[in-house]
Design a binder for this molecule. Sequence first.
Ligand code: BMP
Length: 224
Amino acid sequence: MLIVALDPPFSSSIEGVGEEIVNSLNPVVSGFKIGLPYIFEYGLEKTRRLRQYTDKELIADLKLADIGHIMSMIVNKLAENGFDSVIAHGFVGVKGALSELKSTCDRLGLKLILVVSMSHPGSMEYIDRHLNELVNNAIELNVHGVVAPATRPSIIRKVREMIGEKIKIYSPGIGVQGAEPGDALCAGADYEIIGRAITNSSNPYEAAIMIKNKQDNRVRSCRG
Ligand code: BMP
């Protein structure tokens, strides 16, 4: 239920860059999300090494938004570097972009996760106006998952209603961005993606345990 966004800089109490956090958090999380901040900070070699520290889902959050040919080249590299899943933007459209990306992901055994709404207010300016189309594309493409915001649980509820139970909902926006642990799960998300509330803590393991407890309590009260 908890995916940690490994975005540096990490708390100064952490040594050994992300590897130490991954090692300690591995028993309590469902996966880790790695984005450009991590790859730029530590390089591809160290990013690839994360695979040695976890058997949990390793998500490459590059928010791909390009033509199919280029996105396919990139996901080939991601598969070579030990990732299980990749996040792409839904707004690039299906023809010549997401359809090709999905075929490449299937061939490589990578799980495709599409952004259908975001946690910041600007998501309402453009992306959210097309929520229905983006979610319908995700259904049509039979993707593994979608990203929807914990900061707007009504969107999660709507997405869940549209996609049914099969497609996973990954939800960021908890902690620093304002939502509480469990808010997204109670609205229908499968996973809450949390970064700074854990990675900036002087004890990321303790922080993750506290968040998990909050999630459990919240879910118990909302699901009965
Ligand atoms: P934090 O918990 O520190 O706010 O981090 C949230 C993480 O989720 C970041 O890695 C960010 O890139 C990602 N994210 C987000 O915050 N909102 C979205 O709509 C989509 C994201 O991937």
